[in-house]
Design a binder for this molecule. Structure first.
Ligand code: FAD
Length: 308
């Protein structure tokens, strides 16, 4: 097979042996990560795997560790920007049913990290369990929400987390509770491994009232988020006491554009990627807006979107 520039850049060809061939796992080579992110841009993962269960994940993680292959997890891909060169390691996605369980328990839910947050919120509301409905508009998975302590109007997911199972790079699984868990503003201390699942403590409430509250919240969220396209990203975290959106507006950056990346007209803390937009366009737009806010208002915004 003829080697392409991308093969050379990532040091392998599709036909060549990989460090995972004897594991009995379906490992793809040169998987386009643009297929797995909201922005739909960026390069390939050198290796990509959706393990079928925890045992398969363990074998994969141990092998990555033994062979010094860098490993990253992708959730719903709503908060990451993949560079044009892609990622020269293993990307894991916990999409198999074994990682997407949503089990109603007494006083809460036990959920897998791969479950979509929107499904978890709906399941809680249907079961008459309150505490998550403020997260109804947040895209992505439970894993992504725990890593970034996703929040909505009125609360973040961390307030409800009682226990998290994390697979370390050795393949060992740790169950963390109490003071070993720490959640801050769009931040958690869970970024040292692979989140497998968690237990959420919720309050009992009348399902009809809860449903009404969730629907109201959903309408508000939808009115504030970009509609008609999935090629969007949230640019900045809200600084303490104010919103990133108001700062972008005050700075005069609302009409900024770099190549195919534009500040979203109806909500200035989002950017929209039009067809042909590159990862560099997105990165440059975020930096340009950030610099404008710094220069005009003296505030240093922290990017929300994670640049891989
Ligand atoms: C339209 C829109 C609206 C948004 N609204 C909100 C909002 O209201 N509130 C809010 O907080 N955020 C919001 N966000 C940001 C984003 O949706 C959240 O950060 C979300 O929780 C990311 O989840 P994800 O599964 O898509 O994570 P990804 O984008 O896939 O990943 C984010 C990070 O989490 C890591 N990760 C994912 N799963 C795991 C795992 N199982 N184990 C270890 N690491 C993992 C990834 O490696 C990466 O570092 C919004 C984004 C968009 C595009």
């Amino acid at each position: 097979m003829k080697q392409t520039a991308a093969d050379t850049a990532h040091g392998s060809t599709q036909a060549s042996l990989t460090p995972f061939d004897d594991l009995g796992l379906a490992v793809a080579c040169r998987e386009p990560l643009s297929h797995h992110t909201w922005l739909g841009i960026g390069g390939d993962a050198r290796f990509f795997c959706e393990p079928i269960d925890v045992e398969a994940l363990t074998r994969l993680v141990k092998r990555c560790s033994d062979r010094s292959v860098s490993l990253r997890v992708i959730g719903g891909g709503s908060n990451i920007l993949i560079p044009a060169v892609g990622f020269a390691g293993m990307v894991v996605r916990l999409s198999a049913p074994a990682f997407c369980n949503i089990d109603v328990q007494r006083g809460g839910l036990a959920v897998g990290a791969g479950a979509k947050l929107v499904h978890v919120v709906s399941a809680a509301v249907q079961a008459g369990l309150s505490g998550l409905e403020t997260l109804v508009g947040v895209p992505g998975t439970v894993g992504g929400a725990l890593i970034g302590n996703a929040d909505g109007r009125g609360g973040d997911i961390g307030q409800r987390v009682r226990e998290v199972s994390v697979m370390l790079h050795s393949g060992a699984v740790e169950v963390r509770q109490g003071t070993s868990l720490s959640f801050g503003s769009r931040w958690s201390n869970l970024d040292d491994g692979i989140v497998i699942g968690c237990r959420l403590e919720l309050d009992e409430e009348n399902p009809d009232q809860l449903t009404k509250r969730m629907q109201k919240q959903w309408i508000v969220e939808r009115s504030e988020q970009p509609s008609g396209t999935r090629s969007v990203a949230m640019m900045f975290k809200d600084p303490h006491g104010t919103s990133a959106e108001s700062l972008v507006l005050q700075s005069g950056a609302r009409d900024f554009r770099v190549g195919g990346a534009t500040v979203y007209a109806a909500h200035a803390n989002y950017l929209v990627a039009s067809p042909g937009c590159s990862s560099d366009d997105v990165r440059s737009l975020v930096e340009l807006v950030r610099a404008k806010v710094r220069e005009r208002l003296g505030v240093e915004l922290t990017p929300q979107i994670e640049m891989w």
